[in-house]
Design a protein around this ligand. Structure first.
Ligand code: CMC
Length: 431
């Protein structure tokens, strides 16, 4: 990194100090303000981290204005076209695409870790019959730290790697079980004859009494969803994983924290919220009413699956997945259903309406992934779980990177205190 400086002057008293500008390999330069308080007695205020870098990272690059997303330098479009989820996960974790041998070894290794301890299965019996699978994911993934003690020494790089492999491999098993138990269906052991995505589909939809034949159209669409969601630099859930880990907490607990953060409707819960919204609309004729509500300043209603904090022109993932979504609806011959018609009409209006154009609010990746998952008959409450499974590759990669970063410290934001100033306690009888 080359160094330059910026001078900050406190106009109240004329105090000034120089701060280094850190240049990334691509993207915006950053002011290193770590000494701001010791130099000028000031903190910075940035709710939602809109202008604050919390770490240095080699993993994922996003240019929100240009609509660029790179994993380790590789454009998302190329990975979506040529790669698969486990190869992409290897790239995110280790920084390079695997050779043929490395790839085969990685696949075999992950396959060895797909089963969960038999004791873990008993957890699923304890949840309420209609528990949301994300609630189960938060609980069970956190509980893995009670079972896999042999990889919990976070100071040992080999332990970290084994935990990362375990998380990546076991997530589909836990995800499928979180659905199966609620429906009284048998929990199926993973099958090594299937690839990663097929295996998840088998554990979700297969029956012990019948041979399971994966549907290639569904597997193709799921492969895309997994690759496109694998990482997205310092988003809310990844930052949660990093923040939780910064105290030295174990990786299973930290990924469980990430799952909790992802659950919210403004983040990973958006694709589920998209279908809820479309089901509520239910008729393309009703759309103008909902669009008006979304525009109304006095109404907190928002159209789910529209807008993005970082991509203000277009989201490259949405472009890729939109094509896949159209192809899938054609392949499955899904036409003339109120929900999918409403989706098409809403997309059309949003791409033409001034309110949306002026604010660069176009359908995001969750809009299309929600529609794809619905078309594949995936249960609605599993949508965010699928996002969590896919994002596990990013979470563990970012966690491994953070554990090797000598500049990282415990996460501890500052605040602007706006409460009462010092005052004396008054006895209750005198208040
Ligand atoms: N519907 C209607 N208006 C919207 C929407 C929406 N979905 N999103 C933003 N706006 C308006 C907002 O009211 C504001 O208008 P104005 O300038 O007149 O006050 C303007 O657009 C800017 O919005 P913002 O809240 O400042 O934008 P943000 O960057 O803070 O929020 C967002 C980004 C994704 C949280 C938000 O667009 C949203 O809530 N979208 C719906 C939920 C959703 O689809 N989330 C998935 C995001 S992609 C998945 C991921 O990467 O995790």
């Amino acid at each position: 990194m080359s160094k330059n400086t910026v001078t900050i002057t406190d106009n109240r008293n004329g105090n000034k100090a120089d701060f280094d500008i850190l240049d990334p390999s691509i993207g915006s330069s950053t002011i290193d303000i770590r000494s701001l308080h010791s130099e000028l007695g000031l903190f910075t205020y940035d709710p939602g981290f809109q202008a604050t870098a919390s770490c240095k990272s080699d993993i994922t690059f996003i240019d929100g204005d240009k609509g660029i997303l790179l994993y380790r330098g590789y454009p998302i479009e190329q990975l979506a076209e040529h790669s698969n989820y486990l190869e992409t996960s290897y790239l995110l974790m280790y920084g390079e695409l695997p050779t043929q041998t490395e790839y085969q070894d990685f696949i075999s290794l992950i396959k060895k870790h797909t089963m969960v301890h038999e004791g873990v299965k008993q957890f699923f019996d304890g949840f309420h019959h209609d528990a949301h699978p994300m609630a189960i994911m938060v609980g069970v993934v956190g509980a893995l730290s009670a079972f896999y003690h042999d990889s919990l020494d976070i100071e040992d790089p080999r332990h970290r790697e084994i935990s990362a492999h375990r998380l990546l491999a076991k997530m589909p098993t836990i995800a499928a079980y979180s659905h199966r138990r609620a429906h009284g269906l048998p929990l199926l052991y993973p099958k090594n004859e299937f690839n990663f995505i097929e295996n998840f589909m088998y554990m979700m939809f297969g029956m012990p009494t019948e041979e399971y034949v994966p549907n290639p159209i569904a597997v193709h669409a799921m492969r895309l969803i997994f690759i496109l969601h694998a990482d997205h630099e310092q988003n809310a859930s990844t930052s949660t994983v990093r923040l939780a880990s910064s105290s030295g907490a174990n990786p299973f607990a930290c990924i469980s924290a990430g799952i909790a953060s992802l659950w919210g409707p403004a983040h990973g819960g958006a694709n589920e919220a998209v279908i809820n919204m479309l089901e509520e609309i239910n008729d393309p004729k009703e759309i103008p009413k909902y669009v008006e509500r979304a525009k109304d300043k006095n109404d907190s209603y928002r159209l789910m699956g529209f807008g993005h904090r970082i991509y203000k022109n277009y989201d490259p993932r949405a472009k890729i997945i939109r094509e896949a979504c159209i192809e899938l609806l054609d392949d499955l011959n899904i036409n003339n259903t109120p929900l999918f018609d409403a989706a098409r009409e809403l997309e059309r209006i949003a791409l033409e309406d001034d309110y949306f154009l002026e604010r660069n609010l176009y359908p995001n990746v969750d809009f299309y992934s929600g529609i794809i998952l619905k078309a594949l008959n995936m249960p609605l409450n599993m949508f965010t779980v699928i996002f969590a499974m896919a994002r596990t590759a990013g979470w563990i990669s970012q966690w491994m990177e953070m554990m090797e970063d000598t500049e990282q410290r415990i996460g501890r934001p500052r605040q602007i205190y706006t409460g009462a100033t010092t005052r004396d306690y008054v006895n209750r009888s005198q208040r």
